[in-house]
Structures are given as structure tokens and as C-alpha cells.
Design a protein around this ligand. Sequence first.
Ligand SMILES: [Zn+2]
Length: 122
Amino acid sequence: MNQNSFATSLSCIDGRVQLPMISWIKDRYSVDFVDTITAPGIDKVIFDGDVESIKKSIMISISNHKSSHVVISGHFGCAGNPVSDEDHFTHIKKSVEIISSWNLDADVVGVWLDEKFIPHLV
Ligand SMILES: [Zn+2]
């Protein structure tokens, strides 16, 4: 039987965000692995409602890996979503709302990565 635990990270494609997010999620939720779903400026992609393929990916993570937590992040200096920090916070919060509305069997939170790529709960 597979005892490995999983969480799910929804993040930008930006190579600066992956490792900080994986570490933060593993520490916070004590999971063995972090499934990672990426899109450029993913907070804006979800905010805009362009969610079909992202939703499909999340469902696989939750159904097949029993992921317990979904973390949607946005970050400083995002080329895929070049807006102010404040707009990112709006996009991240709305993304959490949208994903929460799907009533998945997992906790959904939003995270902001600052200019040092340190994650903060939004
Ligand atoms: Zn980005």
C-alpha cells in the first residue's frame, strides 16, 4: 500500500518559485511530495476563469494521490502577470475563492512570494 502523502502546488512557470513553494508546503503540511501544476502567471489565469485544464490537473492530484492541500501562489517580478503586488493579492484571493467553490476534498490556500522569494500566506 502506498503511504506517501501529497499536496498540490499551483504556481507560475518561473524557476525561482518551485523550490521555495515545495519546501514551504512540505514543512507546513508534513507531506512527502508536492504535485506541481504550472502556468505563466497562474494567479491571473485562474482569476480570469481559464481553469479547465488546471482543474483537470488538480482532480488527478486529489483523486489519484489523495492530495490534502492545494496551494495557489503568485510572486514578485512575475513576467506572466506583470501587475502590482496589490493586484497579485487580488488575483490570488480570487483564485482561492474559485478553487474552493469546486468543493474539492482538500484545503485551499493562497501564497505570495516576495522579492526574496519567501512565501507568505495571503
Ligand atoms: Zn511568474
